[in-house]
Design a protein around this ligand. Structure first.
Ligand SMILES: [Mg+2]
Ligand SMILES: [Zn+2]
Length: 194
């Protein structure tokens, strides 16, 4: 990769950088993993941008208002800052193809595993997607990576361990790497880029 190419690690939210607790319909339900800040800090020190990409269809479903997504991300930013880290950007999809009312009810291009969030980030941040990674806890994140043309890391936090044990026999595609959690994924990604 050329020195000029900007590369990013896209990070799923629920189950990857924070606990999978079902719909985060109140900030008091939100729990950032204790290793999250170190993972993000290491990635950024190694020259990667750290970009959150998350589906928040609870907005379309009417479980919570879109403003709550911003409140949760402010909490995440504060937790990361306590650990000396920050995200470079946050992208989320509030849509659902069949639930709720327009404009949130729509067959959008950004609901993962569709690649709209990553494409938007690539345009905004000037990324070379071939050098980027997607880290997530669900097979859908592996599919997203494939659809966006980036490499994939599956973490075993959140739904990851169960999906790997019980469903991976039927997966059409394999993740490029499997890691215990976001910190181990970050370390392996950094190694792969050296
Ligand atoms: Mg997840
Ligand atoms: Zn969307």
């Amino acid at each position: 990769m050329s020195a000029e190419a900007r590369r990013a690690v896209f990070i799923d939210r629920d189950g990857t950088i924070s606990e999978e607790v079902g719909y985060v319909n109140h900030v008091t339900r939100y729990r950032v993993f204790p290793f999250a800040a170190e993972a993000v800090r290491l990635l950024r020190e190694a020259g990667w941008l750290a970009v959150l990409v998350t589906n928040q269809a609870g907005v379309a479903r009417g479980y919570f208002k879109e403003e709550l997504v911003g409140e949760v991300h402010a909490l995440l930013a504060a937790e990361l800052e306590r650990g000396g880290a920050r995200l470079d950007a946050v992208y989320y999809c509030p849509h659902h193809p069949s639930a709720g009312e327009p404009p949130y009810r729509q067959d959008c291009d950004c609901r993962k595993p569709r690649p709209g969030l990553i494409r938007r980030a690539a345009a905004d941040l000037g990324l070379d997607l071939a050098g980027c990674w997607m880290v997530g806890d669900r097979y859908g994140d592996v599919e997203l990576a494939r659809n966006a043309g980036v490499r994939s890391a599956l973490v075993l936090t959140g739904y990851g361990r169960g999906e790997l044990e019980h469903q991976s026999h039927a997966w059409p595609h394999r993740p490029d790497l499997v890691a215990e959690n976001l910190l181990e994924a970050a370390e392996k990604i950094i190694q792969s880029g050296e």
